[in-house]
Design a protein around this ligand. Structure first.
Ligand code: CU
Length: 559
């Protein structure tokens, strides 16, 4: 019954993909010059700006590839504090950033440069779409549904990237606000976490409905997993996530609702075999060892609201049940460096296991490239019941400072005090520290690369246990190659036999090849090989000092 619920929800989301009314989007690089609320004063704006607004009407299809990936949301000085999505938030296809492919221009064609004020043409229909009547019409894209699909293989999309456009400030250009502030949308990752502006991590279909921008993002993996040795196991299972977001302008900022669902509970309470992984429980009485716990069906149900307090600054509030507090790097399934890997990191509980926190409120301030935020949250890890929503006191605290010094780099440092996080260790508090650097760039035309360097520390009962992760991925054509190296100091691996800390390491290398099935849906096939390294003391338990893991997977991915 619960699985039926998930399937239904997934089916609805997938069905929306095939609707002709769906616009291609890349959340980070959302691409449509739409929803610009027009005011008469805009008639005086530069032709280029006007043309951007009018572009959807005249050339939504013809120039879809050009529009996708155009990078900046422009706002005229006279738009009275409303950050309007005139163009869009970024380089959806970083392959083409700054390479000036022929046909990659999102600059208006001459025929588009007509200073028409669409507010005077309320009943005009859009090509391929419907125009809802509304009096008075406020948006050039009111009710418009555009198809702006683009296959991943098509790299000749973008043109003007954020940096390029923001250099165009003679006319007070401004990026359209993201959910939490006036910066490129692709900076936003899971929860309130940041990633590099050059990231291309969240892709999926997008739909405008009035002033609402609706976005979907998701992956479903069918996995065969083999982990070697006496503590290993085999399993075939399904994992993944489906995320839906809805954003609307609010005052000088935006309100956003986000839901993320996971099919993980279908794999059963004991999760899947993953050597050296530990954390949470399958039955409420014993810890999960050498297995990765399933995520709860509800991974995120959150709302956020932001208000700009300056051209590059904002304040925001975020609340989730569940949600992600301001701690650590973005969650692994959203980190561009490793999101193609179907397995969880063994450093999950050092770095980012808080991404499914049952109860969190975060307040933050954005000052240009810096974000400072604090959360009050319920640090108790999810229990073995994976279909429910849990509650608890918001008695834990975290603080995170994020800094994107370059378009290609995102840094964070964070601290958290966890009150009573472990179901199996009641009354034991924990302090965690984390620092990370995320990088993303196009090393050469047609290639995209991402990397993460992260450190996390768990302190409790007088112990400090460190975890490190280095991750990288590179994409070219339909191929993605990804790898990760990790080291953690784990005191849970022998359960009640010993609470000594053991330094264990793991390296994994994998690849996946995606094939486009439809405009917004790709199917991929991939594999992954892992080598684990355990100290002598653990070798008898694992059968050797270097047990291995192998995973083969098929996946469906929204893009
Ligand atoms: Cu997790």
């Amino acid at each position: 019954m619960k699985s039926r619920l998930f399937i239904t929800v997934s089916a609805v989301a997938l069905a929306s993909l095939s609707a002709p009314a769906v616009a291609q989007m890349s959340m980070p690089g959302m691409t449509m010059p739409m929803a610009a609320k027009k005011r008469p004063t805009h008639k005086a704006a530069k032709p280029k700006q006007i043309a951007r607004k009018t572009a959807p009407k005249k050339s939504a299809h013809k120039h879809s590839a050009a529009i996708r990936g155009s990078a900046v949301h422009a706002r005229h000085a006279s738009s009275v504090g409303m950050p309007m999505p005139m163009a869009n938030g970024g380089t959806a296809n970083p392959m083409s950033q700054s390479h000036g492919h022929p046909g990659a221009m999102s600059m208006p064609m001459p025929s588009q440069i007509e200073p028409q004020d669409q507010t005077q043409m309320p009943s005009q229909t859009q090509p391929g779409g419907t125009m809802q009547m509304r009096a008075p019409p406020q948006s050039s894209s009111e009710g418009m549904k555009m198809r702006m699909g683009q296959q991943p293989g098509q790299t000749s999309t973008s043109d003007m990237q954020m940096g390029g456009m923001s250099g165009n400030t003679g006319h007070e250009m401004q990026m359209r606000t993201a959910a939490l502030g006036p910066y490129p949308e692709q900076r936003e990752s899971s929860g309130t976490a940041w990633q590099p502006d050059s990231s291309n991590a969240m892709t999926g279909p997008m739909l405008m409905s009035g002033d609402w921008m609706l976005m979907a993002h998701g992956t479903a993996n069918l996995i065969y997993d083999h982990q070697s040795g006496p503590r290993g196991d085999d399993k075939t299972f399904v994992s993944g996530m489906l995320m839906a977001m809805a954003r609307h302008p609010l005052g000088s900022g935006a309100v956003q609702f986000r839901a993320m669902l996971s099919p993980d509970p279908l794999m059963g309470p004991a999760g899947y075999p993953l050597l050296l992984a530990s954390g949470e429980t399958a039955n409420g009485t014993s810890p999960l060892l050498d297995r990765q716990h399933p995520h709860d069906f509800f991974m995120e149900l959150s709302a956020s609201a932001s208000q700009n307090i300056g051209p590059k600054s904002s304040v925001f509030l975020y609340a989730g049940l569940p949600g992600e507090p301001a701690f650590g790097p973005p969650a692994f399934m959203h980190r561009e460096s490793i999101l193609d890997s179907p397995e969880a990191p063994i450093s999950h509980h050092w770095l980012d296991s808080t991404h499914i926190t049952f109860g969190v409120i975060t307040a933050g301030v954005v000052l240009d490239r810096v974000k400072i935020e604090a959360s009050q949250f319920n640090a108790r890890e999810p229990d073995q019941h994976r279909w429910n929503i849990e509650t608890g006191p918001l008695d834990s605290t975290s603080v995170r400072v994020s800094w994107n010094p370059l378009r290609t780099l995102s840094l964070q440092a964070s601290w958290a005090h966890f009150k009573d996080p472990e179901q199996l260790e009641p009354g034991v508090n924990q302090t965690r520290w984390s620092a990370s650097a995320l990088w993303a760039d196009d090393p050469s035309p047609g290639w995209h690369a991402a990397a993460t360097l992260a450190w996390g520390r768990k302190s409790s009962n007088g112990h400090n246990d460190d975890g490190f992760a280095v991750e990288a991925s590179i994409k070219h054509l339909g191929w993605t190659v990804f790898g990760r190296g990790e080291q953690v100091e784990n005191r849970e691996l022998l359960g009640s036999l010993s609470s000594s800390g053991f330094k264990v390491d793991k390296v994994s290398l994998g690849a996946v090849r995606d094939f486009q099935l439809a405009d917004h849906l790709a199917v991929g096939a991939g594999g992954l090989f892992s080598l684990n390294f355990v100290p002598h003391a653990l070798a008898p338990f694992y059968g050797s000092r270097d047990p291995t893991g192998m995973i083969g997977f098929l996946r469906l991915k929204l893009n």
